[in-house]
Design a protein around this ligand. Structure first.
Ligand SMILES: [Fe+2]
Length: 202
């Protein structure tokens, strides 16, 4: 199989009470594995099975037409969830220091202002999708949201933080209260990962 679902970098219950164990089990073992399985089914036996997932998503428009939709949806789901697990950690959250913390405060006028803008982006995404903090040019930060399993790299942007706002990500604990889920997400943001991705992007 060309692609594998990475294990969670912590236990299923590690993000509780902010993200419950059952949600993490279903989300990783069913949803993420499902995306990876369907991505493999689409590319296996084609010349694209040796491509990296990043290059497949950056090059969506150059793929054969029958591969574009499965790679966008299932490849996006495979890639997005792998990023998402690493962007969270137990005993994390708080306010970031270092270059990314400075850039956030300069771009948004303060850390609280950044959180409010991120929340607006995440709650404003109609239906299923993601909200992202991306690097857009040298050191420049921007908030975007994407529908379905689209990833900003397809648009030439580099994601450094993302939140899954599909209902499968929060419904068991938060029901329809997406805003509360976004608030609590900030208790598990792995700013070390964000800083690493930011340094690599700029
Ligand atoms: Fe998800």
């Amino acid at each position: 199989m060309p692609f594998h679902t990475p294990d969670l970098p912590y236990s299923y219950d590690a993000l509780a009470p902010y993200i419950d164990e059952e949600t993490m089990r279903l989300h990783h073992d069913k949803h993420h594995v499902g995306y990876t399985t369907k991505l493999n089914a689409a590319v296996e036996g084609t010349e694209y099975e040796s491509w990296s997932i990043e290059n497949l998503l950056k090059g969506l428009e150059s793929l054969p037409e029958d591969l574009r939709t499965p790679v966008r949806n299932h490849g996006g789901g495979h890639y997005n969830h792998g990023l998402f697990w690493g962007m969270m950690a137990p005993e994390a959250g708080g306010e970031p220091s270092g270059a990314v913390g400075t850039a956030l405060r300069e771009t948004f006028g303060g850390f609280e202002e950044f959180k409010a803008a991120f929340k607006t982006t995440a709650t404003g995404r109609f239906g299923s999708g993601w909200a992202w903090l991306v690097v857009n040019g040298p050191g420049r930060l921007q908030l975007v949201s994407t529908p379905n399993q689209d990833n900003p790299i397809t648009e030439g942007l580099t994601p450094v933080l993302g939140i899954d706002v599909w209902e499968h990500a929060y419904y068991l604990t938060y029901r329809n209260r997406r805003a509360e889920y976004v608030d609590n997400f900030f208790n598990v943001v792995n700013w070390d990962t964000v800083a690493h991705l930011y340094e690599r992007a700029r």
